[in-house]
Design a binder for this molecule. Structure first.
Ligand code: IMP
Ligand code: MG
Length: 198
């Protein structure tokens, strides 16, 4: 450890929080290129319509979309979970709908992370009713261990262990989304790590 450890863990900020690199920006970009070529190979010559879940999916969607040749369009949706402050109750509310219809389109839902699966379960039900030609799911991260709803993604960047992560779109209290890598967050002294899981 020693030197390497220093490099991969940010110093505690003024809030007493620190972030340890889990997936470097270069590793993420390599994986996104791989996923993009698999997705294009699965649907050769077909127009693809990406639906990003705000706000966490913005960087993943924008990097993925730019790696895919051929016709690509995209749209965004936003949801909020009730009871986020205490443990998630599993109820999801649509706070911003899509601009355009997805009927007859090859839709790929793009999410930052698949955790309990409750958000995607809700969204997939909503989208299925709108009669897309095909409906697929791409997630950058998958925390399989935490799954409650039986949802699986067709395209997964990385399976990760059950720790709270930030960066590359993922936030803690709206902060850290802009980190160009994914890291595990540790909170300042006095606060419990589990609070980040709420
Ligand atoms: P799910 O409904 O439990 O699958 O949760 C999905 C949403 O919870 C994601 O879109 C994230 O916004 C958030 N989330 C889950 N795990 C983490 C994490 O480790 N860091 C940051 N946000 C997370
Ligand atoms: Mg989120």
């Amino acid at each position: 450890m020693g030197k390497g450890r220093k490099k991969s863990i940010s110093r505690r900020n003024e809030r007493g929080e620190s972030v340890k690199v889990l997936l470097s920006g270069a590793r993420i970009q390599r994986k996104i290129r791989e996923l993009a070529s698999v997705i294009r190979r699965d649907f050769p010559g077909e127009p693809l319509h990406f639906v990003g879940v705000l706000k966490g999916a913005v960087f993943f969607l924008s990097d993925l979309a730019r790696q895919i040749p051929g016709e690509v369009s995209f749209d965004f949706i936003a949801v909020s979970s009730y009871g986020k402050e205490t443990q998630s109750s599993g109820e999801v509310k649509l706070t911003r709908d899509l601009d355009a219809s997805i009927e007859g389109k090859t839709v790929i839902v793009v999410e930052d992370i698949l955790d309990t699966g409750l958000t995607l379960q809700y969204l997939l039900r909503v989208f299925e009713q709108r009669k897309p030609k095909r409906l697929r799911v791409a997630v950058l991260l998958d925390k399989e261990e935490r799954r409650i709803a039986p949802v699986r993604a067709d395209y997964v960047g990385f399976k990760i262990p059950n720790a709270f992560v930030v960066g590359f779109g993922l936030d803690y209290g709206e902060r850290y989304r802009n980190l160009p890598y994914v890291g595990t967050l540790s909170l300042g002294s006095g606060k419990k790590e589990e609070r980040a899981q709420e």
